[in-house]
Design a protein around this ligand. Structure first.
Ligand code: G1P
Length: 302
């Protein structure tokens, strides 16, 4: 069986939920404390054994390319001032096999993945979406590693799912599971992109990590625009599942949705509570803030 060595990170979205911040800045560069969200994704890929990464980007995304490029002026400056720790942080982001393809017209996630076909070739690969982070504090398994391990057992395309509140199903691709073949691994009857909660076949939502066999590309090339007029990856998965089994793997670790304002703030707090330079002050601040907000609430109810 071929090993999973390559990853696609689609990053061509306009990031409208974060306007005006994303007018000139790629949303993937928004930081969680001091690290751009896309760097967490790249680190997860590397921890999972991925060797080559391709980012499918669009307009206004130069900052991503610059972030993973060397910056000799900055490096010389830090070296001259003996700021070794900072130099290490800067150099860490350069020493990665990362490539960029530009999707000239954003036609949906399925189309973005198809754009990277020549880069991937005839091998299994992973897709990692930038809005979903997991295990940012390194106290559990990287989700991509779990999926790759599962692929190496089954040889089948596998995607990650997680239970979400029923009313949230309209934000996700949702699976209709038929059988749990082993703990947390499901056979799936069909996959539905963003169903209305009243039509959702389950509460198991797709959370932005996938392993695919290369056959997904032939299916994507024939997939017609679906929900929102976009070429939906979920629709292609549904078609692939008719000729080649696609499994769903249930993730039970920590997941952070940094694709919306509240999730992004929440993730900053969680990460800030672990970060050596902010954790003590932030903990104190949150405790005091909690006390202040409770006092305010009590006053209101009187
Ligand atoms: C995409 C996928 C969807 C998946 C979600 C996970 O939607 O189309 O199936 O559940 O990512 O974050 P998006 O959030 O890009 O609209």
């Amino acid at each position: 069986m071929k090993q999973v060595r390559k990853a696609i990170i689609p990053a061509a979205g306009l990031g409208t939920r974060f306007l005006p911040a994303t007018k000139a800045l790629a949303k993937e560069m928004l930081p969680i404390v001091d690290k751009p969200t896309i760097q967490f994704i790249v680190e997860e890929a590397r921890k999972s054994g991925i060797e080559d990464i391709v980012v499918v980007d669009g307009k206004n995304k130069r900052s991503i390319e610059d972030h993973f490029d060397s910056n000799p002026e900055l490096e010389d400056n830090l070296r001259a001032k003996h700021k070794d720790e900072m130099l290490k942080l800067v150099e860490e982001t350069t020493d990665i096999n990362i490539y960029f393809i530009r999707q000239s017209h954003p036609r949906g996630l399925g189309d973005a993945v198809l754009t990277a076909r020549d880069f991937i070739g005839d091998e299994p690969f992973v897709v990692m979406l930038g809005d979903d982070l997991n295990n940012i504090n390194n106290n559990g398994n990287a989700l991509t590693k779990e999926l790759i391990d599962s692929y190496h057992q089954t040889g089948a395309s596998t995607l990650a799912v997680m239970r979400v509140p029923h009313e949230d199903t309209a934000k996700y691709g949702v699976i209709n599971p038929s059988a749990e073949v082993e703990k947390g691994l499901y056979n799936v009857t069909n996959f539905v992109e963003k169903p209305d909660p009243k039509d959702a076949p389950s509460d198991l939502a797709i959370i932005g990590r996938y392993v695919f066999t290369p056959e997904i590309f032939d299916v994507l090339a024939k997939t017609k625009p679906g929900k929102g007029g976009e070429i939906q990856l979920t629709d292609a998965i549904n078609t692939l599942n008719k000729t080649q089994r696609v499994f769903a793997h249930e993730y039970t670790g920590d997941r952070y949705d940094v694709g919306n304002k509240f999730g992004w703030i929440q993730t900053n707090i969680e990460y800030g509570l672990q970060h050596p330079q902010t954790k003590d002050e932030l903990r104190e601040y949150i405790k005091n803030l909690g006390a202040k907000l409770s006092a305010e609430d009590q006053k209101k109810t009187k």
